[in-house]
Ligand binder design. Structure first.
Ligand code: SF4
Length: 194
């Protein structure tokens, strides 16, 4: 049977909630079985889509967790029906979020560009964290204000701003805010407000 794409769509009509093949078979059980096969024996991890400030609840299905000589691999991601944010739905971008974990193009180590250089180079995490901590301290020391122009004690750092991420959970956000406030930062915001 030769079918154009448009004719195939017409024939594959969704009738009474059931998806029919061009030959009249009900495809829904087949689709459901395929999905079940994919996640059989997978572990479920509840997580949050990292892509935008909506923060949709997500379930990631992982194979190979804990077994001898296995490498944990995400095999499927879907919206979390228990999430009050998205009720089980994901937008197309969120539905592809497993690529963040399994894409061969994933950058797994920090990249660093030396001052004046045009190329980035790979560095290890220890280098990156040392560099960040040193720059943070230098900026804080240089811009810390103990008293305002009227002599009032303010003890604030005016030279650093911190922006939270949509992937930061409430507990992380609490610790980040406390830490930044302890360091004197006053410019603290979150991606959800941008
Ligand atoms: S699924 Fe879409 S709307 Fe939801 S957080 Fe991810 S990117 Fe945002």
């Amino acid at each position: 049977m030769d079918l154009t794409r448009r004719e195939l769509f017409k024939l594959s009509a969704v009738a009474g909630g059931g998806l029919l093949s061009p030959l009249g078979f009900d495809l829904e059980p087949a689709y459901a079985a395929t999905r079940q096969l994919k996640i059989t024996n997978a572990r479920e991890y509840k997580t949050v889509c990292p892509y935008c400030a909506v923060g949709c609840g997500t379930i990631a299905y992982v194979h190979g967790s804990g077994g001898l000589n296995t490498v944990p691999t995400i095999v499927h991601v879907e919206g979390d029906p228990d999430s009050p944010i998205n009720g089980g739905t994901l937008c197309p971008k969120g539905a592809s979020q497993m690529q963040l974990a399994i894409s061969p193009r994933l950058q797994k180590s920090p990249l660093f560009r030396d001052a004046g250089a045009s190329e980035w180079r790979e560095v290890d995490w220890e280098f990156a964290m040392d560099w960040f901590a040193r720059r943070f301290k230098e900026a804080r020391d240089a811009t810390f204000v103990e008293r305002d122009d009227q002599g009032r004690t303010v003890n604030r750092c005016e030279g650093i701003a911190w922006v939270g991420s949509a992937t930061v959970a409430n507990e992380d956000a609490y610790h980040i805010t406390k830490t930044m406030r302890a360091l004197g930062l006053i410019y603290i915001d979150h991606q959800a407000r941008i």
